[in-house]
Design a protein around this ligand. Structure first.
Ligand code: SAM
Length: 283
């Protein structure tokens, strides 16, 4: 291994609002590397001057990732350590850096991550929605009808969904989510770690009643069927209601089985069993 292969790319997470959330290690790394690659030097300057960091900065852009990656690779080749940061949170998470990481791995340099805040996880853990399994989706495609297609592809996903959204699109996205996913539980988390941090925990239909939402926000939506398993009692009650409303028993069973995606035959057996039990009891 040549000596220049010793250079390291550090992926450093930075605060998503509250500057006190920069970890001591992140500050140490940003002070010690030769170069900091950031999205926008004006934004990163605030963080760096707050912590008295004077490391040389270069820009790493989403729109010319290939060119930017080449520049960073040549620094690593020269033996210079580079830290990649974004405007907030983790680089690469709805932020540039993926291409760079691929190239750096290919070139054989070390990559080290420095942990820190992430808007999606902050919102998820406070949302009150299941955290056992989740999907981080990030931004939906803003192009007309593309967002609807993307949501439709997630309709049957059984785990909690995490979306990033811009304030000028949130009302449209909430309405679309209600239309495509149905009226699920959700949480809109705003201005995380900042002075006006707030959480709206409600159903999508209720969240659609919110207006003039400002600031940065994350939308968490419960997955399909989570905590929604229906009991046999509820299924049979619905069958009876359909029969009462005029359906024949077989039709009622098939309708309810389809609605809750359960086996028609099993539901029919249970229905007959209950009917027999009731007859035995003399009902
Ligand atoms: N890399 C970041 C991360 O790790 O969370 C995400 C960057 S992405 C370009 C910006 C989006 O993240 C915002 O539009 C918003 O959806 C979310 N976000 C960032 N900071 C936030 C905050 N303080 N409160 C709520 N959402 C935030």
């Amino acid at each position: 291994m040549s000596p220049d292969k010793k250079a390291t790319l550090f992926l450093v997470a930075t605060p998503i609002g509250n500057l006190s959330e920069a970890s001591p290690r992140s500050v140490e790394v940003l002070k010690s590397v030769d170069v900091i690659a950031c999205e926008d030097t004006r934004n990163s300057k605030k963080l760096l001057s707050h912590f008295d960091i004077h490391t040389r900065m270069i820009t790493y852009h989403n729109f010319n990732e290939r060119e930017s990656s080449k520049g960073i690779l040549s620094l690593l080749e020269k033996g210079e350590d580079v830290a990649l940061i974004s405007d907030a949170g983790y680089p690469l998470i709805s932020d540039p850096g993926y291409l760079l990481v691929q190239e750096v791995i290919k070139a054989g340099f070390a990559i080290v991550t420095v942990s820190g805040p992430n808007a999606g996880l902050n919102a998820l853990v406070a949302s009150g929605l299941p955290t056992g399994h989740y999907l981080f989706y990030g931004f939906l495609n803003a192009k007309a009808s593309q967002d609807e297609k993307e949501l439709a592809a997630l309709k049957d996903f059984p785990y909690t969904l995490i979306f990033y959204e811009a304030p000028h699109r949130i009302e449209k996205t909430l309405k679309l989510a209600l239309k495509v996913l149905g009226d699920r539980r959700a949480c809109l988390a705003r201005e995380l770690t900042k002075l006006h941090e707030e959480y709206h925990r409600d159903t999508l239909s209720k969240l659609c009643e919110l207006h003039d939402l400002k600031g940065e926000m994350v939308l968490i939506i419960e997955g399909q069927n989570e905590e929604k398993e229906v009991s046999l009692e509820v299924l049979l009650k619905e069958v009876k209601e359909e029969i009462k409303a005029g359906m024949r028993s077989k039709e009622a069973i098939s309708t309810v089985a389809k609605k809750y995606d359960v086996s028609k035959n099993s539901l029919y057996e249970e229905y007959l069993k209950q009917k027999e039990d009731k007859q035995d009891e003399g009902e």
